[in-house]
Design a protein around this ligand. Structure first.
Ligand code: ADP
Ligand code: MG
Length: 259
């Protein structure tokens, strides 16, 4: 069960959330909301659905992460005490030590058996380990666990500012889904939008979904579905009250013709 616990996302964007047994790339420029979105996925997973989660961090230390998330209403310390969450700090891991750390984190994952795993970020991971070894790690180690336990993993990809591609070569990794978080500046207004160019076993209706980040975390803006609404309106004919005119209009006028 890969629900995010973000109601709009689970009901209207990816029905029932992420597919079981999937590796999902969450890409975006710095500040786009990748950490907050992924943390929300773990937090709600534990809090609302009782699913264990692991956060593997190469970006923020445990203290930084716990403090930042607490400000957004997510108390990871409490989850950790309840045995629902583990934070694996790889912030200072070096090139020479990473292979040993991978053994350690895989043994942690095998014994803890989380349903949800986040790596923040796979870009830094790949910079240290190299692309080829990262690919092997994703497919033969993490990937196998994820498939065998019907778990899900969100792999955060740091897109360099202004770059057109996802960046750091991580787009080459075969994953089951890709989510892109974007900023769009319209003069003084900044819009945040999510795009889902790929998602195995799910259909995605819209090109983009708009969201905001507030003290309550990530919230999607519930915009009306213009295409479907129009379809419904044009089906419903409203009589003009004048028989001849109704005939000319094929039964009357439609609601969108009223405006
Ligand atoms: N309490 C808050 N209220 C409003 N916006 C916030 C709050 N905390 C963080 N943000 C926004 O979230 C952004 C950081 O999100 P984050 O998930 O850390 O980004 P990323 O991991 O993609 O770099 C910040 O740029 C800030 O705009
Ligand atoms: Mg981040």
């Amino acid at each position: 069960m890969g629900k995010t616990g973000i109601e709009y996302f689970d009901n209207f964007i990816l029905k029932d959330g992420f597919p079981d047994g999937s590796l999902i790339l969450v890409a975006g420029e710095p500040g786009a909301g990748k950490t907050i979105f992924s943390a929300t996925y773990l937090y709600n997973g534990a809090k609302k659905f009782g699913e264990k989660g692991v956060y593997i961090s190469l970006a923020e230390t445990k203290r930084e992460f716990y403090e930042a998330m607490k400000q957004l209403g997510m108390d990871f310390e409490e989850l950790e005490k309840k045995g629902l969450f583990r934070f694996i700090d790889l912030v200072t891991v070096s090139r020479g030590a990473i292979e040993k750390e991978i053994q350690f984190l895989m043994s942690e994952i095998s014994s803890f058996q989380p349903k949800r795993v986040v790596i923040d970020s796979i870009s830094v991971f790949a910079q240290i380990l190299g692309l080829e070894k990262t690919r092997v790690f994703l497919h033969t180690m993490l990937g196998r666990f994820i498939k065998a336990y019907n778990a899900t993993a969100l792999l955060i990809a740091e897109k360099p500012m202004g770059s057109k591609t996802i960046g750091h070569g991580v787009e080459e990794f075969v994953v089951d889904g890709v989510i892109i978080l974007k900023y769009k500046s319209l003069g003084e207004i900044t819009r945040r939008v999510m795009e889902i160019p790929k998602m195995r076993r799910r259909s995605v209706e819209r090109a983009e979904y708009e969201y905001v980040i507030t003290k309550n975390g990530i919230e999607f803006l519930e915009l009306p579905d213009l295409v479907r609404d129009k379809g419904e309106y044009t089906l419903e004919k409203i009589t003009t009250g004048i028989e001849k005119l109704d005939k000319m209009l094929d039964g009357g006028y439609t609601r969108d013709q009223m405006f």
